[in-house]
Design a protein around this ligand. Structure first.
Ligand code: PXP
Length: 251
């Protein structure tokens, strides 16, 4: 029996990284989002970081306008800060994914400690939900984080697949298999708590199939690899190939 469809959210942050390397306006992440939608992306994801190292306030506003007019969900990633909450409440994106953020990190390392920061995350998730956004929490596939997430207003958990991707890259296949089991078990536990399950971080053509095959998965969010591969293939073929690999894994 075939499984329910799996959505592909394309994270366009690194089009902005490339633009910002020269400080001009090209390449425009909003044009990239439009091209990703034409190529079959089911959603656009963008992270407005506190230091604005890639996506800017103007970008996120324009992305919300584009996604609204194309009827495509915008998944805005934010840290759990008052400033980001205020921006997300004003923009009302389709979804807000709360992620951990440390200034010195290169990318989002590790999941959000919802269990440890429950008092901080709970009111933020509640305000976002009341305001009409679907709330997602980016966490590790660990029981205590899943149970803590389930006790907030979040409807979605996105499981961090970075450790799985790194283990495979380092040739540690046993470790990768253990992490995959945890990602699968986490999916089942989250669904049993009524949460929708997404996965993301570090996914590539080589490693996407095993994650896409997890029956509970409803969405994958993929950025760096797709944008990097677009340098060689173009954005449209890179997205179509990722889509093909995801669909193939679902049969
Ligand atoms: N999902 C979340 C919550 C993220 O923070 C990121 C990275 O910004 C991604 C998915 C995409 O990760 P990658 O760029 O490695 O594909």
């Amino acid at each position: 029996m075939s499984q329910p469809p799996l959505r592909l959210g394309v994270n366009i942050d690194h089009i902005a990284t490339l633009r910002n390397a020269r400080g001009g306006t090209h390449p425009d992440p909003v044009a990239g989002a439009w091209a990703a939608i034409q190529a079959g992306a089911d959603g656009i994801t963008a992270h407005l970081r506190e230091d604005r190292r890639h996506i800017t306030d103007e970008d996120i506003t324009r992305l919300q306008m584009l996604c609204g007019s194309e009827n495509i969900p915008l998944n805005m990633e934010i840290a759990a800060t008052d400033e980001m909450l205020e921006i997300a409440l004003r923009l009302k994106p389709h979804a807000v994914c709360i992620v951990p953020e440390r200034r010195e990190e290169r990318t989002t390392e590790g999941g959000l400690d919802v269990a440890g920061q429950h008092n901080r995350i709970t009111p933020i998730a509640a305000k976002l939900k009341e305001n009409g956004s679907r709330v997602s929490l980016f966490i590790e596939a660990a029981r205590k984080q899943i149970e803590a997430a389930a006790s907030t207003a979040a409807e979605i958990v996105e499981f961090h697949t970075g450790a799985y991707a790194h283990a495979l890259e380092d040739g540690k296949t046993d470790k990768a298999e253990d992490i995959l089991v945890a990602l699968r078990d986490g999916g089942s536990l989250a669904v049993s708590h009524g949460l929708e399950v997404h996965y993301g971080h570090g996914l590539t053509f080589e490693n996407v199939a095993a994650v896409a095959a997890i029956p509970q998965a409803r969405e994958l969010n993929i950025g760096h690899f797709i944008i990097g591969e677009a340098v060689f293939l173009g954005l449209d073929p890179a997205i179509k190939e990722m889509r093909r690999l995801m669909d193939e894994a679902r049969v």
